[in-house]
Design a protein around this ligand. Structure first.
Ligand SMILES: [Zn+2]
Length: 327
């Protein structure tokens, strides 16, 4: 049984985490100071908010921000904290800019399950209603019954986004009852737009259920499970996610799977790379094992549904050519 824990870190990662905690502690202290000095201006901030036509929404990750925007439309102003596809979200450190965005948020969405632990700490620091209004916090992990130790890449689970969208719609309707019917309608549109994704998962399941595959990092895990693929080398993937050293035997097993073509595809997280995962990608190419590139963060220029569908399409193409055991 693989546990997706940060606890079994190497000293290198422990140092990174300690640094992160230190940064966060400083940030929290600075924020408390800032709130203390601006407290007298709270009524002015409240007046400004009352005159504002949009609801401030902050999403820790840009795919949740996208869904909030699809539900809220012109009535929301969405800020997404993690949105850089060239950055590894597992190594993210919160900045004062992050804290400032949260201060005025009426609705906050984050992943949970220890993917973005900086969020709950920042929220604790800013407290509820620092601008004089109530704040609704939506945690994806709580909605789908996941916790620290589970695979944290919940947005790849087909069950997650419908639950998040429903929660966002309810929060917006409560914050802005005048436009509740708009949020309800946008929710219905969003849920309907996920149907092609679900249909694609079902089609892949019918064709490829039980087929062996491997991945450099667990980001695609829930979708792989939904399709029914036999995902191999989980311990290696966990080490890549936590930026720890994979064991020699786990590396050897991974290499054997590629060299002997025991897997039909390599799913490659292009956002969590290091020398070792790049080496596996090169070995897959040399061994004629097709690879599929996936990302943690939603790429620019596409919405969540298009992003998922595009990745499922490339997986489909790769599975179609990658027959195992043929030399
Ligand atoms: Zn990841």
């Amino acid at each position: 049984m693989i546990t997706f824990s940060r606890a079994n870190c190497t000293p290198k990662v422990a140092a990174t985490l300690a640094r992160r905690r230190f940064t966060l502690a400083r940030l929290v202290a600075g924020l408390a100071l800032a709130l203390g000095t601006t407290f007298g201006g709270a009524s002015a901030a409240l007046a400004a908010q009352a005159g504002s036509a949009t609801i401030a929404v902050v999403a820790a990750e840009n795919f949740y921000g996208d869904v909030a925007k699809q539900i809220g439309g012109n009535y929301v102003d969405v800020t997404s904290i993690l949105s850089n596809p060239d950055q590894d979200p597992h190594l993210f450190e919160a900045s004062p800019k992050t804290a400032r965005a949260l201060q005025n948020a009426r609705v906050v969405v984050y992943n949970g399950a220890d993917y973005d632990p900086w969020m709950s700490k920042l929220l604790g620091a800013t407290g509820a209603g620092t601008s004089g209004t109530s704040r609704t916090t939506i945690v994806a992990a709580d909605l789908v019954g996941k916790k620290a130790g589970d695979n944290p890449h919940l947005w790849y689970d087909p069950k997650t986004m419908p639950a998040v969208a429903r929660a966002v719609s309810a929060a917006l309707g409560a914050a802005d009852p005048a436009h509740k019917s708009v949020y309800d309608a946008n929710l219905a549109t969003f849920l309907a737009s996920l149907q092609p994704v679900d249909a694609k998962v079902a089609a892949l399941r019918a064709r490829y259920r039980g087929q062996p595959v491997t991945a450099t990092e667990p980001v695609f895990g829930y979708l792989s499970d939904a399709i029914g693929l036999d995902m191999r080398n989980l311990r290696f993937q966990l080490a890549a996610m936590n930026d720890t050293e994979a064991s020699a035997s786990d590396i050897a097993a991974f290499e054997r799977d590629l060299r002997e073509r025991r897997v039909r595809v390599l799913i490659y997280n292009s956002q969590a790379t290091e020398a070792l995962t790049r080496r596996m990608l090169a070995l897959a190419k040399a061994s004629n094992v097709p690879s599929v590139s996936v990302t943690e963060t939603q790429p620019a220029g596409v919405n969540f549904q298009q992003w998922m569908l595009a990745q499922l399409d490339s997986l489909d193409k790769a599975l179609a050519v990658g027959t195992p055991g043929q030399h």
